[in-house]
Design a protein around this ligand. Structure first.
Ligand SMILES: *Cc1c(COP(=O)(O)O)cnc(C)c1O
Length: 354
């Protein structure tokens, strides 16, 4: 039985910051709307969610988030169509994944109504902040962390769930050059790689910095055991096209089960593109690059939707990918964004009206 929210407490901002925002020149996730949703977990229960003016949070220095890193998040977007109606894309998938992450980090699961009704109420209140300029959207960041106190290394007894919103332009511009990682790992068997846990990102920053110093903009993560199988592209899932087949690694312990990834697999099937979900070895990709059968590689995730890869570095050699007309990457990006922005029929039932 799902708990229904009886009442929301809504405290409106006295003044709006919206007139200070240049909607034509939005960066990604750096300005925030007038309101946020906050819900506390105390004494073993989630309290009634509150929508309040966007503001700093106050925490005790011994809050366990600072010491033991119980912190998870989600990333989604709200889109506005030409008529001015607002939409989400498969939000229940984000809700379910948030609870999968919560469970892995020994955090309390959130009731569906708190997430979904809270999200919709917040978006309705701040709907003027959903940009209508092409390629822009309102980035939605639900997150949960341990607010409970004490230096004892154990799960906290109190948590905060927050949803914050950031009007954003497109995430990446242009094609990226990536480095196939041969030393560091993003995730390990039995670890937390499949959870959207903050610590997974902290662990990625240093190897990514090293790659950046060598002229690459992202790391292609490989398996932690042999560094021989391609797993993710930065904080995105990865697709490889060899001849006409679109291949991606299976979601497992170490790989985040991306919503963009699974949407691409369904669209590819719908378009009659051959797909394979299986391990992809670096040897196979390098061979394919050498013999010309490697047509495309791209990352897939909510922020960029699809991020085409121009070249990859491996053991000191750079391999360029061809420039393709009508690439799978551009076709997938178009199909997905057309659904998101309500420009096309939604035969899969992925759009969700706010
Ligand atoms: C969020 C994320 C993705 C992409 O997931 P989407 O649901 O498509 O946004 C892929 N890999 C990692 C590591 C992620 O954190």
């Amino acid at each position: 039985m799902e708990t229904m929210i009886k009442t929301f407490t809504i405290e409106k901002a006295k003044t709006s910051k919206i007139h200070d925002v240049d909607f034509e020149n939005l960066s990604f996730g750096s300005i925030f709307t007038d309101h946020m949703l906050v819900c506390d977990y105390v004494n073993g229960a989630w309290q009634v969610p509150k929508i309040v003016p966007y503001q700093p949070l106050t925490l005790d220095p011994s809050a366990k988030i600072f010491h033991y890193g119980q912190s998870i998040f989600e990333g989604m977007k709200a889109y506005k169509d030409e008529a001015g109606d607002a939409w989400l894309f498969r939000p229940m998938e984000n809700y379910k994944r948030m609870n999968i992450s919560a469970k892995r980090l020994a955090m309390p699961e959130l009731p569906e109504a708190y997430f979904m009704e809270g999200l919709v109420a917040l978006l309705q209140l701040d709907s003027d902040w959903i940009p209508q300029t092409a390629g822009s959207s309102l980035y939605v960041r639900p997150f949960m962390f341990a607010s409970g106190t004490g230096f004892h290394a154990s799960p906290a007894d109190a948590y905060k769930f927050v949803i914050a919103l950031a009007p954003s332009g497109s995430y990446f511009s242009g094609k990226v050059k990536v480095l196939i990682e041969q030393k560091y790992s993003r995730a390990a068997n039995g670890g937390v790689g499949y959870a959207k846990a903050g610590g997974n990102y902290a662990g990625q920053f240093y190897p990514t910095q090293l790659a950046t110093e060598k002229g690459y903009s992202q790391v292609i993560w490989t398996d932690d055991n042999e560094h021989e199988y391609i797993e993710e592209a930065g904080a995105m899932n990865v697709f490889v096209r060899i001849d006409d087949t679109l291949i991606t690694a299976p979601a497992n312990d170490r790989i985040l089960d991306g919503i963009t990834r699974k949407s691409i697999l369904e669209i590819a099937k719908d378009e009659g593109i051959p797909t394979e979900v299986r391990k992809i070895s670096v040897t196979e990709v390098v061979e394919a690059a050498k013999n010309g059968s490697l047509k495309e590689m791209f990352g897939a995730g909510t922020a960029a939707v699809v991020s085409p890869i121009a070249a990859f570095g491996y053991k000191g050699t750079d391999y360029d990918l061809p420039e393709l007309e009508n690439s799978y990457a551009s076709r997938m990006k178009k199909r997905i964004t057309d659904i998101q922005y309500n420009r096309a029929e939604d035969k899969f039932g992925w759009r969700y009206k706010v």
